[in-house]
Design a protein around this ligand. Structure first.
Ligand code: BES
Ligand code: MN
Ligand code: ZN
Length: 546
């Protein structure tokens, strides 16, 4: 989907020969505001007042009134879309409704026109809503079927969305719009990979996608660890999950550098089980196909890294994707096996279907090597979290109140909400093992909490948070598919950090970047590197091993 920002008033927009036009109007908007506006203002005002008077349009959120070929207007397809009191949530609803109507009409371009200039949050919710409604999965459909679909149903023709309002050309709006589009594209990338079936989204393919992303963006660097490298690092937990699969595992490390090199990064760690059959503790057949989404955490990391590369905030971020299949096979881990994690802790694998925590624990140990200032892991970790929170809020666990608060705030602002869950030590009783340092399951009670308690055993000194997205990363039923959550939450949180960062950080980053261009400066860069206390890095690595 292409997005464009246009400086255009409603009264002018209706006089333009737009293919499809949706007027986003609130409960209190009347014709008076547009009557003297541009060539089409009077006609629009008359239409709106008439619609309000008849009771056919009240500006309520989600309400949509089609006015095809209205008199005095050049835009043939016009919808009045209600936004209530213009809360971001309501604007999103209106954008979704308008996009769906435009898709049914067969238009190629849709213009969303606002009566008032929106702030960054409102702009974001409109762009994200429109993009999410417009996304269509096509990757594994044949060209012939797609062609027929386009002929039968015009849905797939919409390729451009224009956001129009008066004052759209100010710098602040342009910046907010560019950010919104990048977030929307990040969400879309995460959805796309999560939707792809397991034979079209293997660990190798996802690692290649990460490499390609890094090739396209200068600010990104990509390293990929294979099974051999994992063996050398002692990642016995991650490798135990991959044992039963023919597909080899991968650990992707994407570095985004937007600040000075010495600046501690934020680490994101995504669960990337490209198919979760359950392994030897095999899952029932019904609904098992949904386990292709079990790499949604890793896909969200990929989406976030792309959004960062496009928006270039002054922070450093390391994104890890722990990629493996979980399959039964003659080499598969048996229930009862004891494996040794990279941290040195031994784990009794009570249930091979509790594999997410096994790949994540080694990835968390690896993340500690970067001496991060915060670590956030993202995982479709437990069915128990779906039972607890459904598909509305992601489960948030954290050992740090400030980090938890910041993530919760970001979730609210990005319309990608989370809910804090407990981490009392009493819950850890359930993951004690008679045969190893800990067990990978803790029984049915509080299954999402005991999974988080397991992960907590592998985090270093940095503040840590865990997002259980089992209920929020995809929808089942009629509109089944990946949602791209929590890309919105994460990008919002990261950009807010960059915006709030003291001026010296971006300045240092700029200096380092400029410095890198000259020989003299290469030395300066070395100095910046050297400024990072090597002892601390070693200590973190040692800790991760202990
Ligand atoms: N990937 C699943 C979690 C899941 C279940 C996500 C349903 C989305 C919907 C995870 O690997 C898993 O199988 N967890 C088990 C853990 C249990 C064996 C302790 C679960 O939740 O049943
Ligand atoms: Mn599982
Ligand atoms: Zn899983």
């Amino acid at each position: 989907m292409d997005f464009e920002l246009k400086n255009l008033r409603p009264g002018d927009a209706v006089a333009h020969d737009e293919q499809a036009l949706a007027m986003l109007l609130g409960r209190d908007d009347t014709g008076a505001a547009f009557r003297r506006q541009g060539k089409g203002g009077a006609a629009l005002a008359a239409l709106l007042d008439k619609a309000r008077k008849s009771g056919d349009f009240g500006g309520r959120p989600g309400e949509l009134l089609g006015a095809w070929g209205a008199t005095g207007l050049d835009a043939p397809r016009l919808w009045l879309a209600g936004v209530g009191t213009a809360e971001p949530k309501d604007l999103r609803r209106a954008a979704v409704a308008a996009v769906q109507a435009a898709q049914r009409s067969g238009a190629r371009t849709l213009t969303l026109c606002l009566a008032r200039r929106p702030g960054a949050a409102r702009l974001m919710s409109i762009v994200k809503g429109a993009a999410e409604a417009a996304y269509e999965y096509t990757t594994t459909k044949s060209a012939a079927a797609l062609k027929k679909e386009e002929e039968d149903k015009p849905r797939s023709r919409l390729t451009r969305i224009v956001l129009a309002f008066e004052g759209a050309d100010d710098e602040e709006r342009k910046r907010a719009f560019a950010r919104a589009v990048s977030v929307a594209r990040g969400v879309e990338l995460a959805r796309e990979w999560a939707n792809r079936p397991a034979n079209h989204a293997t660990p190798t393919m996802l690692a290649d996608a990460a490499r390609q992303l890094a090739r396209r963006h200068k600010a990104l660097k990509c390293e990929v660890l294979d099974a051999k490298a994992m063996e050398r690092l002692g990642m016995g937990a991650l490798l135990s999950v991959a044992r039963g699969a023919h597909e080899p595992p991968r650990l992707v490390v994407l570095h985004y550098q937007g600040a000075a090199k010495g600046e501690a990064p934020v680490a994101l760690v995504g669960k990337g089980i490209t198919f979760d059959s359950g392994g030897i503790s095999i899952k029932p057949a019904a609904g098992m196909e949904e386990m292709k989404y079990d790499m949604s955490g890793a896909a969200s990391v990929l989406g976030v890294m792309q959004a960062l590369a496009e928006t270039a905030p002054a922070i450093n971020v390391v994104g890890l994707m722990a990629l493996s299949e979980n399959m039964p096979g003659s080499k598969a881990t048996h229930p009862g096996d004891v494996v040794t994690s990279m941290s040195g802790q031994t784990i009794e694998v009570i249930n091979t279907d509790a594999e997410g925590r096994l790949v994540l624990c080694d990835a968390l140990s690896y993340a500690a090597r970067f001496s991060p200032r915060a670590v956030v892991d993202i995982a479709t970790l437990t069915g128990a979290c779906v039972i607890a929170l459904g598909n509305v809020r992601s489960g948030l666990y954290s050992n740090d109140d400030a980090l938890a608060a910041a993530l919760l705030d970001a979730g609210e602002a990005a319309l990608d909400a989370a809910w804090r869950m407990p981490l009392d030590d009493e819950y850890a009783e359930q993951i004690k093992s008679r045969f190893a340092d800990l067990a990978n399951t803790g029984g049915r009670p509080a299954g999402s909490v005991t999974a988080a308690k397991f992960l907590q055993r592998f985090v270093g000194e940095a503040p840590w948070a865990h997002l259980d997205i089992a209920g929020t990363a995809w929808k089942s039923g009629k509109s089944k598919g990946a949602t791209g959550r929590p890309v919105g939450l994460l990008v919002h949180w990261l950009l807010a950090q960059a915006d709030a960062a003291p001026a010296k950080k971006p300045a240092a980053a700029r200096k380092a970047a400029a410095a890198a261009k000259t020989v003299k400066a290469a030395k300066a860069l070395k100095a910046v590197k050297a400024a990072k206390p090597a002892a601390k890095t070693k200590k973190a690595a040692a800790k991760a091993k202990s």
